[in-house]
Design a protein around this ligand. Structure first.
Ligand code: FAD
Length: 494
């Protein structure tokens, strides 16, 4: 379906993280040519979680000209260098998936091949010891280093983030409407959305709509009946209970992900409090049991009532349908394990800006947008499934299911390739790169062999090579201030 009506008026339905990220980007980058209206309902509110991010958010903020110190102060933000996975491979085991690169690759073989031979010879340390971000995280240290020396992301207060983006967007011309959308009005012939009727008889017309209404997908699903692909056979967690607590210690520069019998628990340290949540599979754990389990595993005074959130992992069959693009939870949900949802919102926004239908909606743009989004989401899906599947845990029905389940062919191939040859390749410009090696090794997938090019390096040279990487990382980490010290000077007055 192609139309030639110029797109001048954008209506964003929903004012959570997705809605305000979209509004801020559209008004900042295309505001001279478009008008942007955002409708949000105070009565419905937002999901209120989503506080851990990945490094791509730094780029999004640069694109929007956001001052990082102002953002960190407004959102009580802390720096994040990775995620510590505890009890995932087996009980009492932990590793950090850090945002940086591990060791040094050569043209023929990744660093893991050199490390594997070193392991065989007895002179390799833990794989993560060759990654600057992992060592800095463990030492609870942080600083901005020149030349992108330390790859980082943020923990932030989700509610404050939406407020921060709102304050940025309103003066630039975003029209905010408070109200509850009651009806989505579509054109009889084309099926395109024409307007949204609110519960107070106002009708908001638009040329193009962005559905940021959260899980309900008011436009993309309830009006356009786009369809949903259910991935819960691969990602069986379908519930979460979240609670905020007072901080009892300086904030760690990493997220903690602690596996339990039927899922996992997050701990996200902010400057003023800690976000906690238990992600679980309702087939194996009830809501009340989950609340009790979380209550037993938090520290500090509880600040909020525990809130249960239900979800179905999967994706909307099309992220762009007719004159509507879905962002955030309205577009689908993988699960929060690798903090990828906000990244996917950002990817969706940037993609839409790149192929914005100024001169009318074209099917060819829709197809390209959906193809690129499918690529991103499927690769992230595989990466998340890897954590559940590559486990030695056999102590509960949940872990037995995950360990034994049939995974997507694309993932099965990657695991087999790594196991048999030690090789792993980045597929196109998929999000995760070095992360695959880190998580496979962290979860106990060990290659049976290494690349023979490693044998061209005499043992003494290999030993010196490994030691040099490790000692130069350690020297850098020693010079860093503590995360808390750095926050104190970066966000004074918080
Ligand atoms: P919401 O926050 O639900 O916002 C929906 C908006 O639509 C609200 O403003 C609401 O008022 C409005 N609305 C709905 N219906 C109507 C109506 N009828 N009329 C008017 N307005 C309406 N992501 C990460 O990147 N990192 C994480 O660590 C992370 N953790 C998560 C943990 C859990 C348990 C869950 C469930 C999600 C997590 N996410 C995480 C995802 C993240 O929370 C979301 O991607 C993000 O908050 C965006 O949500 P949203 O804006 O799409 O939806």
């Amino acid at each position: 379906m192609t139309t030639t009506t110029p797109i001048k008026k954008i209506v964003i339905a929903g004012g959570g993280t997705a809605g305000w990220m979209a509004a801020a980007a559209l008004v900042k980058l295309l505001g001279k040519t478009l008008s942007v209206t955002l409708i949000e309902s105070d009565e419905i509110g937002t999901v209120g979680v989503g506080e851990a991010t990945i490094p791509s958010l730094v780029f999004f903020h640069q694109l929007l000209g956001i001052n990082e110190q102002a953002f960190m102060s407004a959102t009580q933000g802390t720096f994040k260098l990775g995620i510590q996975f505890e009890n995932w491979r087996k009980l009492d085991h932990r590793y950090i998936h850090a945002f940086g690169v591990t060791g040094k690759d050569c043209w023929a073989a990744g660093f893991q091949h050199f490390w594997l031979k070193g392991l065989e010879k007895g002179f390799s340390a833990d794989f993560g010891d060759y990654c600057l971000e992992r060592r800095a995280a463990e030492a609870h240290r942080f600083a901005h280093l020149p030349k992108n020396g330390l790859n980082y992301a943020f923990h932030m207060d989700a509610t404050q983030y939406a407020q921060f983006l709102k304050q940025l967007s309103l003066p630039l011309g975003v029209e905010r409407i408070e109200g509850k959308i009651q009806r989505v009005n579509t054109d009889n012939e084309s099926g395109f959305i024409r307007s949204l009727s609110l519960n107070d008889d106002r009708t908001i017309e638009g040329d193009f709509f962005i559905d940021c209404t959260g899980f309900r997908g008011l436009l993309i699903e309830q009006a356009l009946h786009t369809g949903y692909e259910d991935w819960s056979h691969w990602l069986p967690c379908d519930s979460a209970v979240a609670v905020q607590t007072e901080s009892v210690a300086p904030p760690l520069p990493f997220t903690r992900s602690i596996a339990h019998d039927a899922g996992w628990q997050w701990r996200i340290p902010l400057q003023h409090r800690v976000g906690n949540g238990l992600v679980f599979c309702s087939k194996y754990l009830g809501d009340e049991q989950a609340k009790a389990l979380l209550a037993r595993n938090i520290e500090g005074k509880v600040l909020t009532e525990p809130r249960v959130i239900k979800f179905k992992t999967g994706r909307r069959l099309k992220q762009w349908n007719k004159n509507c693009v879905a962002l955030g939870l309205a577009s689908g949900f993988l699960e929060p394990l690798e903090s990828t949802s906000i990244h996917l919102i950002q990817q969706g926004i940037v993609r839409l800006l790149r192929m914005f239908p100024h001169h009318g909606v074209r099917q060819v743009d829709i197809d390209e947008y959906n193809k690129q989004t499918d690529f991103d989401v499927e690769h992230i899906r595989d990466f998340i499934i890897l954590h559940y599947h590559a486990t030695e845990r056999d102590d509960s029905p949940f872990w037995n299911y995950c360990r034994q389940m049939k995974v997507p062919d694309s993932l099965a191939h990657r695991i087999q390739l790594f196991k048999e040859t030690g090789r792993v390749f980045r597929d196109g410009n998929e999000l995760f790169d070095d992360s695959w090696q880190q998580v496979m090794i962290g979860q106990g997938v060990m290659p049976e062999q290494y690349h023979p090019i490693v044998n061209t390096m005499p043992d003494g040279e290999l030993k010196a090579f490994l030691e040099h990487i490790r000692s130069s990382i350690d020297k850098t980490v020693e010079r860093l201030p503590s995360h808390q010290e750095y926050l104190n000077q970066y966000c004074p007055g918080n």
